[in-house]
Design a protein around this ligand. Structure first.
Ligand code: ZN
Length: 183
């Protein structure tokens, strides 16, 4: 396993349309190694999610967290070639998002709070599930990376874009206690 270098905003890999992964190759060495290395990298940097282009691999693979399992432990899903359908256009969830590719900054973004996700998992199995609230936000943030979109593109009020330390002091980051996380 290896901790991978994280691409920062400005690197063109973060602005590419990522290519799908051949489902037949998901269980192969190359994809399996990338999944393991991405987990190790995400944990090292305390991320709640990570997308492959953030580690310089322009393929449609992301890890998204924000959920807990039945024992209360953090649950992460591997999403390969994910497709998102917004189930409720009206209800939005706003929070200060962060990103491992944009270190030290936070910006207020509002996203649909309820989505359906279809994706392959790391075993090459087709999955379909509905997410509500924070995990729905994390998953949208990660899937945006696969289309070369960063959360800064979705900030509508730049007055709510700030350095993390100032945001903690002057903006109510705790507005939403799940907003304190980086993807
Ligand atoms: Zn991110």
């Amino acid at each position: 396993m290896a901790i991978l270098k994280v691409a920062r905003m400005g690197h063109p890999v973060l602005r590419q349309q990522c290519r799908p992964i051949d489902p037949e190759k998901i269980t192969g060495d190359e994809v399996q190694r990338l999944v393991r290395d991405m987990f190790e990298t995400m944990i090292e940097y305390n991320g709640v999610g990570l997308a492959a282009p953030q580690v310089h691999q322009p393929v449609r693979l992301a890890i998204a967290g924000g959920e807990t399992d039945q024992d209360g432990r953090p649950r992460f899903r591997v999403l390969i070639n994910p497709e998102i359908t917004v189930l409720d256009e009206e209800t939005k969830l706003g929070m200060y998002e962060g990103c491992l590719s944009i270190p030290g900054l936070r910006g207020w973004v509002e996203r649909p709070a309820r989505i359906r996700v279809k994706a392959y998992n790391e075993k090459g199995q087709r999955q379909e599930f509905v997410l509500d609230g924070f995990p729905a936000v994390v998953t949208q943030h990660e899937c945006d990376h696969l289309d070369g979109v960063l959360y800064v593109d979705r900030i509508t009020d730049t007055k709510r874009f700030a350095f993390e330390e100032e945001a903690e002091r002057f903006l109510d980051l705790a507005d939403d206690d799940v907003g304190d996380s980086e993807d």
